[in-house]
Design a protein around this ligand. Sequence first.
Ligand code: NDP
Length: 283
Amino acid sequence: MSKEINFKKELIGNFGYPVWDNPTEAMVEAAFAHHDMKFRYVTTEVKAENLKAAFEGLKAMGYKGFNCTIPHKVAIIQYLDGLGESASIMEAVNCVVKRDGKYIGENTDGKGFMESLRTVIDPVGNNVLIFGAGGAARAVSVELALAGIKHLTIVNRSRNRGEGLVDLLRSKTNVEVELIGWQGDHEVAEDRDIIINCTSIGLSPEVVRVPVVKETLQSHMVVCDLIVNPPHTPFLSDAESRGCRSLDGVGMLVNQGRIGIKYWSGVDVDPDVMRKKIEEIYS
Ligand code: NDP
């Protein structure tokens, strides 16, 4: 019997600029190798002005899909054939999937976070406080709103960005939402159940603390940080020292990768392989 020979692999990309510090390829390739999948994930530096040409090239080469990151999450939408529900509410795409020959934009950031959060607490009916109003806060808050939380507080430094997110949530979801400006150390109200740092404060190599009055963090609260580098942030350590349950950003990263791979290939990969790779990278 002759041995089957097939050198062809299915291609997945990642468009961004800069992308040198994006760990997704290492994490996703670890899953491809573990499951012996004939897929390749290629991190590609694409500047804003080259997005259209890069996408045309990717289509010509028959890519199964790709991730897109800064600065393409909004700009890519004009070239796509359609959007999934949360991507269309967020007006931001981080994952493109080829379905029946059409390239559809999805947003897996918020979905990845929700899967991670549900390992600690069911957010339905809870009061949530989010620090930040950028892209990550938008993804997380839309998914929380769609999931049916009771109340959402957005705390953000710049009023404009905060108002933009609150307007979006009020116009496109039913969530009860308020905006609080961030001046000095924020005092977390006692009736908050889930606190999420969606800012870039604490991202390595900066050693900056999240401006919060630590004593207002209480043991009934679940405290989450989206930062993955370092995986365990000073904000989480502070929360743990107050008796809170904590959730790091690695779970979100791993889950969004796992959801993307499922979309592109249909394969449900082992998340532990990807977490191990991320922890190895940032140890
Ligand atoms: P954006 O640049 O879109 O938003 C950054 C947010 O952080 C803004 O709300 C900004 O406030 C706030 N911020 C930054 N510095 C300060 C500061 N010194 N004081 C107060 N507020 C500050 O970034 P993203 O939303 O895309 O990403 C945020 C972080 O989330 C990233 O650092 C990344 O590490 C993490 N992330 C993690 C993911 C994961 O899978 N775990 C996925 C995506 C992101 P202002 O509006 O006032 O400027």
